[in-house]
Design a protein around this ligand. Structure first.
Ligand code: BGC
Length: 768
């Protein structure tokens, strides 16, 4: 807040400032609040300098090397010296960051430090499971901790801002980026979004082990038509508010410092140029005080969208819409000054954007010490530490989902006996130290994951023989994808089959290569790529005792496997400690407890498929099952292969005594729902107890089931616990036909169970 004294103070500074030395003093004044400091700073900044804060460049040259000559890098270098860069991305390592920060602080007129951004998506150097996998843990503490481990490593490398968490909701496994979020559900997604922001940002943003988070991609990127990357999105207000926006709102509630907008258009307006999203909802309704960065080049892409006529026009539209920082479109740095002078963009908007950016820099403590993230000693100690590896191993074990564990000749294959077995390990992914790192691992080194082969070798009581059988892809490449990427080579099938024939158990690690999911990696098939399905069937023909371990970044339609293979483990891409986590699960040193955060289809033609669908006017055949006119396909059943929330354990759980404390509540009231859960099997284990509701009649129709509570509990063999949930206004309201959040009177059903097919049911009524 401005005080009366400030303008005088500022004037004094403004007239005397000639170098950053003087300004530094002023920036350090402990008697001023951040708002006052920012106000003061803004009042002495030229329009150009304010625009400079709104400009973000990709790392352009080795900062510790000589000054670049020629080309883009030279221009960027000059812009840096002229104070025309507010942020850099993809600069990392203490030496590099210190060098570039030094230029910003010492060479520019005002000495404003840069904010250094990087995609720290699931770990920096020590890689955690992909976010979709972590979400399968339903363990908010573990997820938060994983984000704080990632933050501490990134911060130790000079980075102070991550472009994470991605909180997009999506329902289409064809989309490559499903690996990067928390799955299909807005309730689970909101809880995880909140936890991740808290994990990255911690309790003290100025601490040298916390970094600013960025909720992305605002908004609706996950609803791209046909799961095709960057595709058009057209969704109504009900879906937007009830499904897509809640996780974003949760990040604002968690105090997230930045947002990133998205590449897609939403209902005819590209999100980067969308005032409704950025100004009306985010900065207006939600009162978000941080800043919005564009996605990479997304301001310039307004031209290709057919929304802006040139880069200048794109800059105008984006600035007016509320995109505060331009990531690599050069639209602001090249055109915004002119746009303001021509009266096409109000300078107040520029000042507001610069204010938001400067505030976050202050909150990070960058003005107090621009080098606070640049400590070589910490860099050495923190990055790749034993503690961080232990943390990602713990997260990896919690992320694994046991999909099937049927008896073969009266016995389950898992957990494996530790002695006396002849085990064949088959599949290229079993010996792959790169794929488990996923496609977002810019800070890590290639081939640094523990492979399944390495993990299993640590158990020495059995005989283990590895045979690849077949590759997944022909070579590997991070950025080039061509349609012949999948291998067709079956020449090594025979030796794998031979080993399988002579083994007691076959562990097959199949799925997607690490670069087959992620940005730009949409697929039209959800099968096991390449010749892996054929390999699986060929091995099955000689030995049915198969444990199929899936490594993949998205739900796969493994319908054949589900029908034939007795044991299936969903092990995603689990990061640096992948092989250790998988081996510990296979040998029963950790009892699987993960639950799917996304529905697995039977066939790709079912997508988008999700548990919280609407009933339609023709939900089930009333009399004659063969009758044609109801909502279904004629070649596959409606149900998924594995439902949302599903996952088995080596033990079994029973649910009983579902009790509500009231049958009727007022719209502002609450109802307590309790249930008894018992461990009825032979292993100690953990269960995610899930609560679903259905609001039977709505002013706009409601889903057949909605997750509204969950708790992960540990139960010893024979133990029973009572779990109690509270349903209240927060959980019962929805964005109604009145265009506001309301609890509507009427009847509600409640289910509690171990997945979204839960059948233990009760009901209550909300009265006026
Ligand atoms: C992605 C963002 C990412 C950015 C910077 C874009 O292509 O969509 O999620 O943060 O690049 O690397």
């Amino acid at each position: 807040m401005k005080t009366l004294k400030l303008p005088i103070l500022v004037l004094l500074f403004a007239t005397t400032i000639s170098c950053s030395q003087n300004i530094t003093k002023f920036m350090h004044d402990k008697n001023l609040t951040i708002d006052q400091k920012v106000d003061s700073l803004l009042s002495i900044m030229t329009l150009k300098e304010k625009i400079g804060q709104m400009n973000q460049y990709n790392g352009f040259w080795n900062a510790t090397g000589p000054v670049p000559s020629g080309g883009d890098a030279e221009k960027k270098y000059k812009d840096l010296e002229a104070g025309l860069i507010g942020s850099m991305l993809n600069v990392r390592g203490v030496k590099e960051v210190r060098a570039i920060q030094k230029l910003a602080v010492e060479k520019t007129r005002l000495g404003i430090p840069l904010i250094i951004g990087f995609d720290v998506i699931h770990g920096y150097k020590t890689i955690a499971p992909i976010p979709l996998a972590e979400s399968a843990s339903w363990d908010l503490e573990a997820i938060k901790n994983s984000a704080s481990v990632a933050a501490s490593e990134a911060a130790a490398s000079g980075i102070n801002w991550t472009f994470a968490p991605m909180v997009d909701i999506y329902r289409d496994a064809r989309w490559g980026r499903v690996m990067e979020g928390a799955g299909e559900d807005p309730y689970l997604g909101s809880k995880i979004a909140y936890a991740r922001v808290k994990g990255f940002q911690g309790d003290d943003l100025t601490a040298p082990n916390t970094i600013a988070a960025c909720a992305k991609h605002f908004a609706a990127y996950g609803f791209a038509e046909a799961g095709k990357e960057y595709n058009t999105v057209d969704v109504g207000l009900s879906t937007l508010h009830n499904t897509i926006l809640p996780p974003f709102k949760a990040t604002v509630d968690a105090g997230v410092k930045t947002f990133m907008n998205s590449f897609n258009e939403l209902n005819g307006v590209p999100a980067t140029g969308d005032k409704f999203l950025q100004r009306d909802i985010l900065k207006g309704e939600w009162g978000f005080k941080g800043f919005v960065v564009s996605d990479w080049g997304s301001i310039g892409e307004l031209i290709a969208h057919g929304y802006a006529k040139d880069n200048k026009d794109a800059g105008r539209l984006a600035a007016i819409a509320g995109s505060d920082m331009d990531m690599e479109s050069h639209a602001y740095v090249d055109h915004l000054e002119e746009l303001v002078k021509e009266g096409k963009v109000d300078e107040a908007l520029v000042t507001d954007a610069a204010r938001r950016i400067l505030t976050v820099k202050y909150e990070l403590g960058l003005f107090d010490d621009p080098y606070r993230y640049c400590d070589e000693k910490r860099e050495k100690e923190v990055i790749g530490s034993k503690a961080n590896n232990d943390a990602v191993l713990d997260m990896a074990k919690k992320s694994i989902v046991l999909l099937k564990n049927d008896e073969v000749s009266g016995k389950k294959l898992l957990p494996l006996k530790k002695e006396g077995l002849k085990i064949a390990l088959i599949g290229a992914l079993a010996n792959d130290k790169n794929s488990p790192l996923g496609s977002w691992r810019l800070g890590s080194d290639d081939n640094t994951a523990v492979s399944v082969l390495e993990g299993m070798k640590k158990y020495t009581g059995n005989t283990l023989t590895y045979k690849k059988g077949a590759d997944v892809t022909v070579g590997e490449t991070a950025f080039i994808y061509d349609l012949t990427f999948n291998t067709t080579d079956k020449s090594e099938f025979a030796e794998a089959i031979e080993v399988a024939k002579n083994s007691d158990v076959v562990v097959m690690v199949l799925g997607e290569h690490g670069f087959q999911s992620g940005e730009g990696r949409s697929r039209t098939k959800l099968d096991l790529p390449g010749v892996q399905q054929e390999l699986l069937e060929a091995v099955y023909a000689v030995n049915k005792n198969i444990v199929l371990v899936l490594n993949n970044g998205r739900p796969l339609a493994v319908t054949w496997a589900d029908k034939h293979i007795p044991t299936i483990v969903e092990a995603w891409q689990l990061g640096t400690q992948s092989g250790n986590a998988i081996a510990q699960i296979l040998y029963g040193d950790y009892n699987p407890s993960g639950k799917l955060p996304m529905t697995f289809p039977r066939r790709v033609g079912q997508v988008p498929i999700y548990y919280n669908y609407k009933n339609t006017g023709r939900p089930i055949p009333l009399e004659d099952e063969k009758m044609v006119f109801w909502s279904k396909y004629s070649d596959v059943e409606n149900t998924p292969l594995y439902p949302f929330g599903y996952g088995l354990s080596y033990t079994s759980f029973a649910y009983k005594n579902l009790v509500l404390d009231k049958n009727e509540i007022p719209v502002n009231g609450n109802v307590k729902v309790s249930v008894e859960v018992s461990n009825t099997g032979n292993h100690d284990g953990e269960e995610v107890v899930q609560l679903y509701i259905r609001d039977l009649i709505g002013s706009s129709t409601r889903p057949v089931k909605e997750l509204k509570g969950f708790e992960k509990i540990a139960l010893k063999v024979g133990e029973t616990k009572t779990v109690t949930f509270t349903l209240d206004k927060e959980t019962l309201q929805f964005y109604t036909a009145n265009n506001k959040w309301e609890v509507e009177p009427g009847d509600f059903d409640v289910w509690v169970g171990g997945d979204s097919n839960a059948t233990l049911k009760a009901s209550f009524t909300v009265v006026e």
